[in-house]
Design a protein around this ligand. Structure first.
Ligand code: SAH
Length: 347
């Protein structure tokens, strides 16, 4: 069985040719896939015979809504999707002035081990397919009725740890006959896998690279992000400078403010010093509390911001959306896992 929705238009055309079908069928089918059909039966302008043939040869893996939480405050909607194999991942729809944005997952779980993050607690189960990433965008759009114009790869998982598939996904959302979302409307967030950042740079994509920095010094960063133990801050920032040189795209740095861990004045000073030399943008994120972690949100966000700005750094503080619905990365999936676990114990 082929994963038909993970195919590019060219691959689909070649595959259908092997089945003895003319090229125009590929375009017809491709368009149907992006209308969110959940079976080949729904592709009503194809012959019955072809639909049956597709049924026998190709796989569709639409997700279903396992849970859905809508914020009363700002219209944010969080989806927990059940995938075809029973695993769950999350997406979040956020309504900004510049357009509706969906934050999607790229893996079931994560193996990066960041101390503050709910997604990584039970490790990584598997990578998502390009179709499963695509369907998060498509089905969020269909369920909510909100046309999606922006995508952020900031949900569960590490995009650069699923590199080839993420690249395929990016190609697919770009297709004019598909979602037709341009690279400038896409952000990809990474915990900082330097070799993969170098690899990504070679494609010279116009997307925004966000790097989860969270600390300017190795001692702190290694404590909260195990990935830092093999490649330290200095080398990471060098890689980001190379990325800018190659792509011309300013790198964005995420910095979740954690009480007593990374919010001291000296850390703001060091951060500013280390970011010198290439255009950068720092996004301060108020930490979302995770049940299983003892880390607390910082109370020094405003003064940290001021201090960075005093050094000439461009800083924004992320507006908190969906605070009433556990909208932080991986929390809804954790909840579902915990409850299923409790039920299993009881039963
Ligand atoms: N693996 C990628 C993308 C997923 S996480 C990465 O590390 O960037 C998306 C962003 O949310 C990252 O910046 C991550 O560090 C941040 N994040 C995770 N848990 C958080 C929490 N509890 N509070 C605030 N930000 C969090």
């Amino acid at each position: 069985m082929v994963d038909i929705k993970s195919m590019t238009p060219e691959e689909l055309t070649a595959w259908l040719k092997e089945l003895g079908e003319p090229a125009f069928r590929a375009r017809q089918i491709f368009k149907w896939l992006y209308r969110g059909v959940t079976s080949f039966e729904e592709m009503t302008d194809l012959s019955k015979a072809l639909r049956q043939k597709l049924e026998g040869e190709a796989l569709l893996t639409p997700p279903t809504v396992a849970r859905k939480q809508a914020s009363q405050e700002d219209g944010t909607i969080k989806y927990l999707w059940r995938l075809a194999d029973g695993n769950c991942v999350e997406s979040v729809l956020m309504r900004y002035r510049h357009g509706n944005t969906v934050c999607i997952s790229c893996q079931v779980g994560c193996r990066m081990g960041c101390a503050f993050c709910a997604s990584t607690i039970a490790g990584k189960v598997r990578d998502l397919t390009a179709a499963e990433m695509l369907d998060q965008v498509l089905f969020t759009q269909m369920d909510s009725g909100a046309p999606i114009s922006n995508i952020v790869l900031m949900g569960i998982g590490e995009p650069l740890d699923n590199f080839d598939t993420v690249l395929r996904f990016l190609t697919l959302v770009n297709c004019p006959d598909g979602l037709n979302i341009g690279m400038r409307h896409i952000s990809l967030s990474t915990c900082g896998l330097t070799e993969k950042i170098d690899k990504l740079a070679q494609y010279e994509l116009q997307l925004t690279l966000s790097v989860s920095l969270h600390a300017p010094d190795d001692e702190t960063r290694s404590q909260i992000m195990p990935v830092n133990r093999s490649v330290g801050v200095e080398k990471l920032l060098e890689t980001c400078r190379r990325y800018f040189d190659r792509t011309g795209r300013r790198v964005s740095y995420e910095y979740a403010m954690i009480d007593g861990v990374n919010d001291a004045d000296w850390q703001a000073d060091l951060l500013a010093k280390r970011l010198k030399g290439a255009p950068a943008h720092v996004n301060l994120i108020p930490l979302n509390e995770v049940e299983e972690s003892c880390l607390k949100p910082s109370r020094r966000v405003a003064s940290f911001q001021k201090r960075l700005e005093g050094h000439g750094v461009t800083v924004t503080v992320r507006r908190k959306l969906g605070g009433d619905i556990d909208a932080s990365c991986g929390q809804l999936r954790r909840k579902e896992m915990n409850e299923t676990h409790r039920q299993e114990k009881r039963g």
